[in-house]
Design a protein around this ligand. Structure first.
Ligand code: DHB
Length: 306
């Protein structure tokens, strides 16, 4: 069940998603030693950050809500960590965030001269107060991609928020195609949602008056549609990581039918721990076998119509 994202070869279809248990070296080492097909690191900023006030992550019956606020060690530390993790010989994927437009080229340039294999640029963090999600501002996204896409030879991808309107899909797809972008990762959490504790009469999380990114099973169908629509709009030259509510091998297989080259696991990794990669991968292999598919590419985008 090998697969490829841009020029990176993954030994299986399943890896971790940025943002869950991937801030510190020990956590990343655990991912390196697990069945995750890649090591995706926490989105990083120029300087270390401790993130938003707690409580900032709460599990919900079918997923989670969070407003972490980009706690991370700063990009220089992730460059050092990537050098340590190189020996595991699996793709290392940096995740780049920023607080201002200039942060992005600065960090991307630094990762271009590092041991990471792919650079995922996060245009969709919903949790910074007063900072709109870049991917929802098409002019800003176009400009930002222009500033980062030709700084070196390592493939650049972008992490996208969910879109809901077909005109918006078309717009962002055209922007992506006009730059040197090798892969997309979709979707990030659904931003600015609210979960309430009715007894306390308060939100479940503290930052942003309780507003946070929704993830897990609640967003799987939004994610599937985003993968499918982008596969159609972008063609086969741009790879797609599917993310959002993948909890089983069957979920992963649905993302394959929609057109994903590989999937990333976030919310379920937080809940189940490191074993989830082996479990979901084994379930995925067994459904592929049962259906007679000999490879990922054979089934990719095979969704039929009624
Ligand atoms: C955070 C959340 C995100 O959805 C993201 O893409 C990056 C960072 C956060 O709050 O830490």
């Amino acid at each position: 069940m090998k697969t490829k994202v841009a020029n990176a070869e993954l030994n299986s279809y399943v890896c971790n998603a940025s943002g869950i248990k991937d801030v510190a070296y020990e956590e990343l080492k655990a991912i390196a030693e697990s069945n995750s097909a890649a090591i995706v690191m926490k989105s990083c900023t120029p300087e270390p950050r401790s993130g938003n006030e707690e409580p900032r992550y709460m599990r919900l019956p079918f997923g989670a809500i969070q407003s972490m606020g980009l706690p991370n060690l700063g990009y220089k530390e992730y460059i050092r960590i990537a050098a340590e993790l190189k020996k595991y010989r699996k793709p290392i994927i940096a995740s780049v965030a920023g607080l201002s437009p200039d942060d992005f080229p600065k960090i991307v340039r630094a990762f271009q001269n590092s041991d990471v294999n792919l650079i995922e640029v996060n245009l969709s963090c919903p949790n910074l107060e007063g900072k709109p999600q870049i991917a929802y501002d098409f002019n800003a996204a176009d400009e930002l991609l222009g500033s980062i896409s030709n700084l070196g030879y390592k493939p650049i991808g972008i992490k996208l928020p969910p879109y809901y309107d077909l005109a918006h899909f078309k717009k962002i797809a055209d922007i992506i195609k006009s730059h040197n972008i090798s892969f997309i990762t979709c979707i990030n959490s659904v931003g600015n949602t609210l979960a309430i504790d009715p007894e306390n009469e308060t939100p479940l999380i503290k930052p942003k008056s309780g507003l946070g990114g929704l993830s897990g099973g609640y967003i799987k169908n939004i994610a599937l549609a985003n993968v499918k629509i982008f596969r159609e709009l972008l063609g086969n030259r741009i790879s797609i990581f599917g993310v959002g509510g993948i909890n089983s091998g069957t979920d992963a297989f649905e993302f394959l039918l929609a057109g994903a080259d590989a999937v990333q696991i976030g919310t379920v990794f937080e809940k189940e721990g490191i074993h989830c990669f082996r479990r979901i991968n084994e379930e995925f292999e067994s459904i592929m076998k049962r259906k007679g598919y000999g490879s990922v590419l054979e089934a990719r985008g095979n969704l039929k119509y009624l």
